[in-house]
Each structure stands twice: as C-alpha cells, then as structure tokens.
Design a protein around this ligand. Structure first.
Ligand code: 13P
Length: 258
C-alpha cells in the first residue's frame, strides 16, 4: 500500500498578510507542479487565508485552517464555519491541536463535533492527537491517543474515514526541539493504524498518519522512512521557505525510492 505523503505547515500565530503572501509566492516558485509528488499544505491564520489561497492558485500548495466552529451560523461571536473556510479556498482544517486542547480547553466531544462538521462540508480534517510527558512516562501513551482517536471518530463512517488525516503530535515534542525517535513514533502510528483497521477495515490502509513535533530538515528522512509515518505536521520549520522546501523535497525523495 503506497500512501502519498502529506507535508503540512502549521503557522500558528505567525505571518501577517504581507509575509504570508510573499512566503506562498516563494514556495510556489520553489515547487514545480510537474515535479512534486507529495501533497503540500500551509496553515495560515484566519485573516490571511483568502490571500494565501489566491497566491497559491496554479500551484501544488493547498491551504488549511487551524481551527473551525462546528456550527453553520448563529450567535457564536468570534467563530468561523466550515462553509466560510471552504469559500475562501481552504481544503483542509487542523482539528484538536494540543494547543487548542490545553490553552483553549477544547474537549474530545467538541473536537468530534468539529470533525463531523468539516467532513459534512466536504473539507479534509487533520485530526491531532498526542500525550503529555507525564502520560508517556506513566506508560499511558497508546491508551491516551487511542481514546482521543475513538472519541473524535465516534460517528465517522468508513467512507468518511478515507478523508480523514490523523496527526500524532506528542506534546513533549512540540516546539521543544525534542523529537520522538523514529521508533517511538512508528510504534504509536502502528497502534493508531491497527485501531483504525479494527474500526474501518481496509480503509485504514489508505488513511494518512502524520507525525508532528520538532520536525526539521535533519530528521524528516528517518521519520518518513517508517512504514506508518505518511508525512509531517510542522510548526517552526514550516515558517522558512528554505527549511519547509527541504523537508518537502526529502519526503518526496524517500517516497520515490520506496
Ligand atoms: P513544531 O514543529 O514547532 O514542534 O510544532 C509542531 C506542531 O505543533 C505542528 O502542529
């Protein structure tokens, strides 16, 4: 089974309008559509989504939102719906990032609602899961991420599951420079895939599971060589065209050699 890798940048609260557009233009020039065989996604802040989508037109670059509200409309001050994201050119939506779970108190139930809303709108969710350092040290990693996975996918059909990307992001590896070893990440990815297979059967072989947490040009190769690591969700190293492009090109080379 060959899954096409996905390399996604999560810009978090970075890159105002001018910088976001010029980054996208530079990345577009660096990636020739004829040569790119991996999926490339950037995740800007809400106010610049439309401009980034427009700058990405005619390229391989697809756009992700970093969040969404599950409601279609209504009295939800400060929120944005899936349909609105689609209208401004998003294809993907990052859901359940640990920063949203920890800083903004998002629950598994709320994340499940978001995931359904995103799928119903015809967008592609990137569902983030991950354990804390305390949970890892207590031997609870697979139980923790397994629970997050089953809660988020509670009402997803096998047909819908084919459109879901999972991102395993150990919290202790985010922004710390401390990456999970390829073996540590593979172990969790394999566990997640077996859980997906129990639930969705063969569809699990087509679902991408990304790794996130201090991914850099120097460690992407050994990570993506793992059989169940199908790409990366990248914070810091996605903010520079050079490092992001190197990660994309490395993933592409490993994929082509496999
Ligand atoms: P870093 O790559 O900066 O560790 O961030 C990972 C992340 O949170 C991506 O969503």
């Amino acid at each position: 089974m060959t899954r096409r890798p996905l390399i996604a940048g999560n810009w978090k609260l970075h890159k105002p309008l001018g910088e976001a557009v010029s980054f996208t233009q530079e990345l577009k020039s660096a990636l020739s559509p004829e040569e790119v065989v991996v999926d490339v996604v950037v995740g800007p802040t809400y106010p610049v989504l439309h401009a980034v989508s427009q700058a990405a037109e005619g390229s391989v670059i697809q756009v992700a939102a970093q969040n969404v509200n599950p409601n279609e409309s209504g009295a939800f001050t400060g929120e944005v719906s899936s349909a609105m994201l689609k209208e401004v050119g998003c294809s993907y939506v990052i859901i359940g990032h640990s920063e949203r779970r920890q800083i903004f108190g998002e629950t598994d139930a709320f994340i499940e609602e978001k995931l359904q809303a995103v799928l119903n709108a015809g967008l592609l969710p990137i569902l983030c899961l991950g354990e804390t350092l305390e949970e890892r040290e207590a031997g609870q990693t697979t139980a923790r991420v397994g629970d997050q996975l089953s809660a988020a996918l509670a009402n997803v059909s096998a047909e819908q599951a084919a459109n879901v990307t999972v991102a395993y992001e150990p919290i202790w590896a985010i922004g710390t420079g401390r990456t999970a070893s390829p073996e540590q990440a593979q172990e969790v990815h394999a566990h997640l895939r077996s859980q997906l297979a129990e639930r969705f059967g063969d569809v699990a072989n087509d679902m991408r599971i990304l790794y996130g947490g201090s991914v850099k040009p120097t460690n992407i190769e050994e990570l993506i060589q793992q059989p169940d690591i199908d790409g990366a969700l990248i914070g810091g190293a996605s903010l520079k065209v050079d490092s992001f492009t190197t990660i994309i090109q490395t993933a592409q080379r490993v994929f082509q050699q496999s």
